[in-house]
Design a protein around this ligand. Sequence first.
Ligand SMILES: C[S@@+](CC[C@H](N)C(=O)[O-])C[C@H]1O[C@@H](n2cnc3c(N)ncnc32)[C@H](O)[C@@H]1O
Ligand SMILES: Nc1nc2[nH]cc(C(=O)O)c2c(=O)[nH]1
Ligand code: SF4
Ligand SMILES: [Mg+2]
Length: 243
Amino acid sequence: MSADRRIRVSEIFGPTIQGEGVLIGLPTVFVRTGGCDYRCSWCDTLHAVDSEYRDQWTPMTVEEIWAEVLSLSGGRPLTVSLSGGNPAIQPLGPLIERGHAEGYRFALETQGSVAKDWFADLDTLVLSPKPPSSGMETDWALFEDCLASAAGGPDVALKIVVFDERDYRYAREASARYPDLPVYLQPGNHTPPPADDDDARIDIDGIMERMLWLVGKVTEDRWFEARVLPQLHVLLWGNRRGV
Ligand SMILES: C[S@@+](CC[C@H](N)C(=O)[O-])C[C@H]1O[C@@H](n2cnc3c(N)ncnc32)[C@H](O)[C@@H]1O
Ligand SMILES: Nc1nc2[nH]cc(C(=O)O)c2c(=O)[nH]1
Ligand code: SF4
Ligand SMILES: [Mg+2]
């Protein structure tokens, strides 16, 4: 396989439970790719984003990744979650095809800045546009391209991280643009891990406070379509990597 067909992998781990959004609680193997076109101020996965960590990312063939997924899952089909970094910048189509042939399912998490035609082959697409507190600006035309690429294929859901009032307003506006998409609100973790450290310490009380505030906002506004969920893996394991 030529080098450009290889997939840049930061880590493969599991099975664990999906900690976020529409598939929360579901046993999952994660394939985390390296590299991202965004730099969110509060990113909890900088080791898969910052090119300073590039030497920890391994270019792998589909067969190499697949052998690892098979070994972790004991050959029993489950959901593989493709995350990153931005997994949309990697050539993941052939991996999805490989796994589907053996009955595995694929979910992908992306910010919605890069569209690929293989989005249509996914089982679940989680689009996570970034609110103002991230420091990023959403290009809604590119976001629309992602939706168009997925048309007729996967279940699609919105998952929006909320730190403050402005983020909440952004989430309402984003959801109003796409009233047919289920929307998940996730309280921000304001103590994300340092990129080069596996320090799992975390301010759970602060996260719970933000979560209660968010529940209050949604119910006061009678926004009855929204679902508010914590990052379950963060509640269970703090900032630990590989869970
Ligand atoms: C690390 S990102 C990787 C996938 C893709 N780049 C994205 O942002 O959707 C996975 C999810 O974690 C969320 N996330 C990142 N940092 C977070 C933080 N500090 N608190 C809560 N959620 C966070 C992102 O918004 C995204 O929904
Ligand atoms: N258990 C678990 N659930 C997750 N959901 C999204 C994750 C991510 O970092 O993309 C993640 C993760 O790293 N672990
Ligand atoms: S888009 Fe995702 S991976 Fe990239 S910096 Fe933002 S949260 Fe991190
Ligand atoms: Mg994470």
